[in-house]
Write a protein that binds this ligand. Sequence first.
Ligand SMILES: Nc1nc2c(ncn2[C@@H]2O[C@H](COP(=O)(O)OP(=O)(O)OP(=O)(O)O)[C@@H](O)[C@H]2O)c(=O)[nH]1
Ligand SMILES: [Mg+2]
Length: 297
Amino acid sequence: MEKTHRSGFVHLLGNPNVGKSSLVKAFCGQKLAIISDRPQTTRHRIFIIYNDPGHQVVFSDAPGLIKMPQYMLQERMNLQAHAGLHDADILLFCTTAAEPVDPEIAATLSRAKMPVWLVVNKADLFGKARLAEYVAKWAAVHPFQKSFIVSALTLENIPELMSSLLEALPEGPPYYPKEDLSDRHERFFVAEIVRENIFRLFHDEIPYSCEVQVQDYKETTGKEGSPFARIFVYIIVERESQKAILLGQKGQAIKDLGIRARQEIESFLGHGVYLDLQVKVEKNWRNNPQALKKYGY
Ligand SMILES: Nc1nc2c(ncn2[C@@H]2O[C@H](COP(=O)(O)OP(=O)(O)OP(=O)(O)O)[C@@H](O)[C@H]2O)c(=O)[nH]1
Ligand SMILES: [Mg+2]
């Protein structure tokens, strides 16, 4: 008799910066979604797929909830954050003990049709008593089916949460080919790696004003016939002053960005890369519906 196979969608909902993308990395044992120490890093909902012989979990990583959107891009990000409320098998409400217990979020959770689990992340940063108290506060406003106190950093309780997920998923065939790691292609992750490095190298509003688009991606062969890619990327900013900051004095800033991003793209793809970065100004793109559509928001 054939062994049972379980599969399903697990959506991560929560405030910005609580560690949703880091949790997906911890669940899957490898990093695909970008992570930074600043809020609003994730902009698109993406599926990251965990596979083992008996299971397929499609994790839906999404932007954090933005309470008062300041521009249209943030409104689109909120739509992405909520999208999993319609189609997930299990909803993980992700938070940390530093986040307020928010009645607005509790109301959102109460509308979810699927089981909702509480995941209190960054346990490494808080004492046991404070964590227990925090879980009790949330339990008083929402009847979570299960609660976990975890750390995506130290992996505390991550195996326990993961095995509970595997057990809870419905029986069924895989949704994606078992070798797939994501619903997104390499081009998407290449652009994300550039954006992640913009978060690391630039401050204030700069990372929030940038959109990164792969313009051309040519797979060729390098020396001795090894695979090689020539990748041309546009970084779109809203103003000339932002372009000047990205370029830096004598182009030094963009050069540093290019070196770091190329190294990471090479290790992601597993082969050599030529990376060309160009900065373009598209005034007010974050509030322009056509631009947002063009950039996939
Ligand atoms: N100490 C500690 N830091 C963590 C933990 N999990 C994530 N972080 C850090 O928290 C920051 C935010 O992590 P992300 O995974 O980007 O958070 P996110 O919820 O995906 O953020 P957005 O995409 O902006 O909504 C990063 O600096 C992570 O390294 C944890 O368990 N402990
Ligand atoms: Mg994220």
